[in-house]
Write a protein that binds this ligand. Structure first.
Ligand code: BTX
Length: 334
């Protein structure tokens, strides 16, 4: 960080911490160690960047509006959470927010740390697939969690994340989200979001879980990579509107925190019910693909621990923890 940037960041942080109250030029000058004239010049720079600043003679300054671009400061402004997003690491471009997240977690990054990027050059899906993450077009973020749950319950947090995303999207007009087991968010049968959960654990103790969320927001159909054009969508394509990624992230974090806290208090049952309310093709026949088999069977829902409840080819009930599901005339086959 060069000197200009660090002064500027300190300034934004001091103003942001002060909320709606004014802070005097003298107090800012004392805390940061630059002249009042230099503070005034910095304010003009911030205004050029889209910050709206109110200056009241003899009282001081306050920020009345943050610009829509992503940064640790803009995301924290107005973020009404107790523990989620207290540390936000924002990068304009990264290989993968998951890679940064693993590093941050290994270095002790606390429960609730967020890593967010404008662009990923090596965004990852499950099973070494890639995730297209174009600059400024979507929500590309990872959450570090250190939950006191058993490692074999970690998959429940993926299902929880899918319900949180569905809840956030459901509030937008003309967007009807469904969850494809276990964790794709579909709108009009096309993939709008994916979730990748990775974990570092010992036998009975989780060191950390890293939940990666990719949500397509402002892509037009032409913006989508040709590999996925027929099977992916974005909120803009579906709703006709460009949306604020900053607002979406804040909505997601607020909803995630509430849902996670409820899960820790009440267990998985409320999440299971919510998941099933969004579940795609529940009660219908689906095609199931496992490591070695492919067959058709009815989709009954998910079990208490998040497994797919279906039947064998012979009609015997089974629960599957790892499989891919498809439906007929399916455009989503890998
Ligand atoms: P997945 O394995 O279910 O999905 C990957 C597949 O989805 C790809 O093979 C491709 O067919 C398709 N796909 C790729 N990019 C997109 C896209 N932008 N929209 C729709 N479909 C796409 C899902 O894996 C998990 C994705 C998690 C992404 C987040 S972003 C933040 C974090 N960092 C990171 O590297 N990954 C996660």
């Amino acid at each position: 960080m060069d000197k200009m940037e660090s002064t500027r960041d300190q300034l934004i942080q001091l103003l942001a911490e002060n909320g709606d109250a004014y802070i005097s030029g003298q107090a800012l000058s004392d805390s940061i160690g630059i002249s009042r004239n230099a503070i005034w010049k910095q304010m003009k720079e911030l205004e050029k960047d889209g910050y709206q600043i109110e200056a009241k003679p003899r009282v001081g300054y306050r920020i009345t509006e943050f610009p829509d671009k992503l940064s640790s400061n803009t995301l924290k402004w107005g973020l009404d959470t107790a523990w989620l997003g207290k540390t936000i690491l924002h990068h304009p471009t990264v290989d993968s927010t998951q890679a940064i997240g693993h590093q941050a977690a290994r270095e002790g990054g606390p429960h609730g740390t967020i890593i967010v990027a404008d662009e990923q050059t090596g965004g990852r899906g499950r099973m070494n697939r890639s995730w297209h993450s174009a600059k400024g077009k979507g929500m590309w973020l990872s959450i570090i969690l250190r939950p006191k749950i058993l490692p074999n319950h970690a998959a429940q947090l993926t299902l929880l994340t899918a319900t949180v995303l569905a809840d956030v999207l459901d509030k937008y007009d003309s967007v009807k989200p469904f969850i494809k087991w276990p964790n794709d968010i579909l709108i009009n049968e096309k993939k709008a979001a994916g979730i990748l959960t990775e974990m570092q654990a010992e036998q009975d103790q989780i060191q950390y879980i890293l939940i990666g969320i990719g949500l397509n927001v402002n892509q037009t159909r032409d913006d989508l990579h040709e590999d996925i054009q027929s099977k992916a969508t974005s909120l803009r394509i579906e709703s006709g509107n460009e949306l604020s990624i900053k607002n979406l992230i804040q909505e997601l974090l607020i909803a995630f925190e509430a849902s996670f806290d409820k899960y820790m208090e009440q267990g998985f049952l409320p999440i299971k019910k919510k998941w099933e309310s969004y579940g795609f093709k529940i009660g219908e026949e689906i095609a199931i693909k496992t490591f070695k088999d492919y067959w058709r069977a009815p989709f009954h829902g998910i079990s208490e621990d998040g497994a797919l409840c279906t039947e064998t080819e012979e009609g015997k009930p089974i629960s599957l923890y790892s499989a891919e599901i498809e439906w007929f005339n399916d455009t989503n086959r890998e």
